[in-house]
Every structure is written in structure tokens, then in C-alpha cells.
Design a protein around this ligand. Sequence first.
Ligand code: ATP
Length: 236
Amino acid sequence: MLKVNNIDVYYGKVQALFNVSFEASGNDIVSIIGANGAGKTTLMKTIMGINTPARGTIEYEGRTISKWSTHRIVREKIVYVPEGREVFSALSVEENLEMGAYTLTLSKSQLAERMEKVYDIFPRLKERQKQLAGSLSGGEQQMLAIARGLMCEPKLLLLDEPSLGLAPVIVDDMFDIIVRINKESKIPIVIVEQNAFMAMSISKRTYVLEVGHVAMQGESSALINDPTIKKAYLGG
Ligand code: ATP
């Protein structure tokens, strides 16, 4: 469904990705792990048309999208939830969710129906629907950022560091919810994480990015027991 073929990406003269290939298909969760600065966000932004690859292509459902505008890519229902819990702090939870469906022409009842579906996954957000997003806890803001992405019923969901900065107990909830979204909506999810253990635990395949290169890839269940991975990413 999504195929990244041998892409090179630069910021000016500095190369951030080197010959990176990667695939997400079916309704699998695929994880991309790697240290700070490995190029994970760059890869996500390139899929979204924010960066353009200097070489290589990106295919989605058989079409080459690497030169498409972000707007057009979003219209294909590829949704990117960036790192850093970017919510509209001065708007309520409900208004944030409405913004998620802003580009679609939905009737009031369709909008309400979608919101109920999303609240079903995130009951805590329903309890806080009138509250300003800026007053939510870090975990709730991250959940709102994902919930807003779900409002347009994505066909492919890209999550950038959803666990970043969250307390361990909230991290567990977050990963449970990601698995539930994947099971219920049957869409592929690409998850970029520094929390390698959790990302590998919930995903089918894992790609390891190191300084802009795919250093390793394979079934997550195998990689999680690989001595090199254990040493570099799982604390021994
Ligand atoms: P992090 O977990 O810190 O977000 P990352 O794996 O997502 O790391 P990227 O943010 O993709 O890594 O960065 C990859 C490389 O590209 C780094 O060397 C970074 O400094 C560089 N880089 C990222 N964004 C820019 C930019 N806008 N201009 C110049 N260099 C950039």
C-alpha cells in the first residue's frame, strides 16, 4: 500500500536520509525506531510531501506520490500526527476534533457520529469535551492529537513519537489505544518511536534507522530478541 523506494533526502547540502526503503501494507503496525536525529521525522515528513526526495520514489496504492503537495496527500486520507502533541490549546476538545474534519464537507449529524466513534476509543476526552485543550494533561493532549487525526477516517496513520514525554503508566495506555485503533479501523499504522521496546512489542515489522540509513529491518518478534538490537536499543 505504501512503498518508499530508495529515497535520499537533503536539508540544503546536508543529507538526512540515504537510500531509505520501507513498506507498510495490509493492516499491519510497522515501527521505525532509532536514536535522536536518525531521520525518523524526516522520513515521515517526506511521506507527507513536506520534504521532497532528491532521489527515489514514494508509492501509495500504486501511484507515485513523491511529488504531490501535502494537501493532495492529506486528501488521500494519509494522516500524520506529528511529535509534540500539537493541539489547539485555546480551543476546546470538541473544537479540536471538529478541526480534524475541517477539510471534509460533513453534515452536523455525520460530524457528531464521527465524534462519538472517536469518543468511544477515548472516553476520557468525552468527559473533557468542553475543556480547553491547553488545560489537559500531557497524555490527554497526545490522545487528543491522535483523536483529531482519526476524525477524517484515515486510510493510513503515521504517528510520530506518541509516547514522548509521557509517564510510564500513560505510555502503556497509549500503546493499548494504538493497538485498538489498528484492530478496529483495520488501517496500517506507521509508528516512529524512541521507545523501541514498546514499538517492537506492538508492531509486525520494524525498521531501524541509524544516521539516515536503514541499518536493520525484519519481523519485530525476531528483532526484539536480536543481541545487536538489545544492546543498542533495549538497554542490554
Ligand atoms: P528526533 O527523535 O530527535 O526527532 P529524528 O530521528 O526524527 O530525531 P530528524 O528530525 O529526522 O531525526 O533529523 C535527521 C537529521 O536531519 C538530523 O541530523 C537533523 O539535525 C537534521 N534536520 C532535521 N530537520 C532539519 C531542518 N529543518 N534543517 C536542517 N537539518 C534538519
